[in-house]
Each structure stands twice: as C-alpha cells, then as structure tokens.
Design a protein around this ligand. Structure first.
Ligand SMILES: [Mg+2]
Length: 273
C-alpha cells in the first residue's frame, strides 16, 4: 500500500530573505541617511563638492551596483571595511524599531531561511539587534563578506570585483548557500532590480514594501508582517484560505439541502392576530 509521507504540499524548500527595507519598513530614514553618509565619505576621502559626490554616488550605483563596487572597479584604493565603517557605522540605528512579532514569524516558517543582504556583517548584526531578531532565526547568512571573500584575502583569488545583488554571481552565491532548486526557492527583496535578477535565474520572487507586483515578482506584500496573508503557501496553506478570508463556503450546499428538507415539512401559515 502506498502512503503519502507528507500530507502538506509545500511549494518552497528555502526562503532567501533580504534585510534592509525588507525585514523593517522602508520609511525609517535609514536609506536617506545611508546616501548622506556615502556622499560625506566621497567628500571627505576624495575632496569632492557635495553635488559632485551625490552625482557620483547615483552614477556608480547605476553602472556598478553600488558606490563601493564602482570605486574599486575604477581603481580607487578603498578597503570595504573602511567604507562600511564610515557609511554604515554612523547610521541612526535607533530608527529601526523592535518588532517582537518578526522573530515569531520567522520561527514559524517551516523551510530553510537564508538572510541574503548586500550589507556588511556589522550592519547586519546591528539591524537584527534593533529588530530583536536573533541571527539563529536563520539557517545561514549571505552578506557582503560572504559574497566577497576575495576582498578580504579569503579565497586566494587575485580579483577585485565586488559581488553584490543584483549581479548573477551574487544570486548564485545565495542559491549555493540555499542548496535548493531555484524554482522551489522563494526570494524576498524590496528592490525591483534584485527581484528581476532573481527571476531571471529561475527563483520564485516576492517584492516587499509594495502593494503591486513588478513584472518579475510572483508576489507583492506591503510589509514582512503581512507574509502569512500574502503567501500562505509557505505554511502549506492554499492561497486565500488565511484569516477566514475567501474561505470556500462548504456550507452553501449543506444549507441548501437543509432548507429543502425544512420546506418539505414546514407549511408556512399566516399569523392571525
Ligand atoms: Mg533591501
């Protein structure tokens, strides 16, 4: 006799989850503060005027994925630790509010969970601490240092390229750590660019922080707190069957037949005063 080993049909084996503006909302002011810090780094380190620094930041993000990646690609002598301690080390972390429900939500996810961030480890640790989420909530972490061991003398390779989402190499690092079929791996990120890159490599994708899906997103959710409602399949629950919403009304047919039975025995009579 054949037995069904698993009564629950999970569509995913692993979740790759971004950190900034994904595990906490986009309106904290961390993003604008980061841009200011990058501009100040460029001004302090290279003597640029404020408007030149801002324009360079925008251009390097567009052409190289990040300011640091652009600086290194263009041959400037800057170590990632120096850059990160300046631009991340001075962020207003107090604006990231503790989210007691987030840890519970993450712990309830039955699949492997990989934190997948472009940020350096120090920033990741401070952000998680503010959120009240233990790193142990995740099965593994992919961060700047993980994607770029060659910049820290870690892999013996003589390369200086910076690997960050949304590059193919970065997504492949995430997939290697996940160890799963891309089509059974769900990638959550607030960046449409990152989501598009993930989709191109076959990942299932969820755009966080938006009401509406981008072209390459399979799902959209306004905040990570609405994950259960937006993607109940993670818990093996059919879409639309959460919180009593859109539950198929199995009672409709039962009610109809009960009404027919009652109609056959009850003879309506007018009530005489
Ligand atoms: Mg992000």
């Amino acid at each position: 006799m054949d037995f069904q080993k698993s009564p629950v049909n999970y569509p995913f084996d692993c979740l790759l989850i971004d950190l900034d503006d994904t595990l906490y909302p986009g309106g904290t002011g961390i993003g604008p503060a980061l841009k200011r810090n990058i501009d100040e780094f460029l001004m302090a380190r290279y003597g640029l005027a404020a408007d030149t620094a801002a324009a360079l930041r925008v251009e390097l993000f567009r052409t190289h994925g990040s300011t640091l990646a652009g600086l290194i690609a263009l041959g400037y002598d800057v170590h990632p630790d120096e850059y990160h301690s300046y631009v991340h080390g001075r962020l207003p972390y107090d604006r990231i509010a503790a989210d007691p429900r987030l840890a519970l939500l993450l712990q309830s996810i039955p699949q492997r969970k990989i934190l997948f961030t472009n940020s350096d480890r120090a920033h990741m640790e401070r952000a998680l601490e503010r959120l009240g989420v233990d790193e142990a909530c995740f099965d593994d972490v992919v961060c700047f240092e993980t994607m770029n061991p060659h910049l820290f003398g870690g892999d013996g390779q003589d390369r200086t390229d910076v690997v960050l989402k949304p590059s193919v190499d970065a997504i492949l690092v995430g997939l290697r750590v996940a160890g799963t079929n891309p089509r059974r791996t769900l990638f959550l990120d607030d960046s449409e660019r990152n989501i598009a890159a993930g989709k191109a490599l076959g990942l299932r994708t969820a755009l966080v922080g938006k009401r509406v899906r981008s072209k390459e997103a399979d799902y959209a959710l306004e905040t990570i707190g609405s994950l259960q409602r937006a993607i109940p399949e993670i818990w093996g629950v059919a879409a639309g069957a959460v919180d009593g919403e859109l539950q198929p009304d199995h009672n409709v047919e039962k009610n109809k037949s009960m009404r027919a039975e009652l109609d056959s025995v009850i003879q309506p009579t007018s009530i005489q005063a």
